[in-house]
Design a protein around this ligand. Structure first.
Ligand code: SF4
Ligand code: SF4
Ligand SMILES: [Zn+2]
Length: 162
């Protein structure tokens, strides 16, 4: 699957999601079909929006109602909790193209310590435990590692709301 297929119509990069990065019952992303997709993503009002079906790009930026209330709500939640903006992602994809966006995402979200992709939902790299400095509450994260380099199980602590 092309990496860009992991960008959801709302602008979410599913490769940064805790459900995509987990080992067991991994979700293969918004654009894939699979039994392990989080229920609220399977029934997502954005992914299943009728207006979206009418767009050629299959991204919300092509919709005449963009940014609608649903997009604004998820954008506020993600900006506040996770330091990431869906609307900004979509604007970048629209203005600069999906390939450039993918390059920017890789640069932005690569762990400086181990080179893995960070998870937007966690304050530490799930592979090596290094701090995720994009995470707004990193200092108070319930997932804080007791030892540097300790690998975190994303379900070993409080689960984030994706
Ligand atoms: S749970 Fe939702 S946001 Fe996460 S990878 Fe699956 S479809 Fe994407
Ligand atoms: S921006 Fe348009 S396509 Fe996207 S969820 Fe809103 S109404 Fe649907
Ligand atoms: Zn790491």
């Amino acid at each position: 699957m092309r990496k860009s297929r992991l960008i959801a119509p709302c602008g979410m990069n599913c490769s940064l999601c805790a459900a995509y990065q987990r080992v067991k019952n991994k979700c293969m992303g918004c654009n894939a079909h699979g039994q392990h997709k989080a229920n609220h993503c399977a029934v997502c009002g954005i992914k299943n929006c009728e207006e979206l079906l009418r767009t050629k790009s299959h991204f919300c930026y092509s919709c005449g109602k963009f940014p609608c209330k649903r997009i604004r709500q998820i954008d506020v939640r993600y900006r506040t909790k996770y330091g990431m903006s869906m609307i900004q992602n979509l604007q970048t994809i629209q203005e600069r193209g999906i390939d450039t966006f993918m390059v920017m995402e890789k640069r932005k979200w690569t762990c400086h310590q181990c080179g893995s992709f960070l998870c937007v939902h966690w304050g530490q790299c799930l592979q090596c435990g290094n701090r995720n400095d994009k995470y707004p509450r990193a200092a108070h994260s319930p997932t804080a590692c007791s030892r540097p380099g300790q690998r975190r199980n994303p379900h070993g602590a409080e689960r984030p709301r994706i």
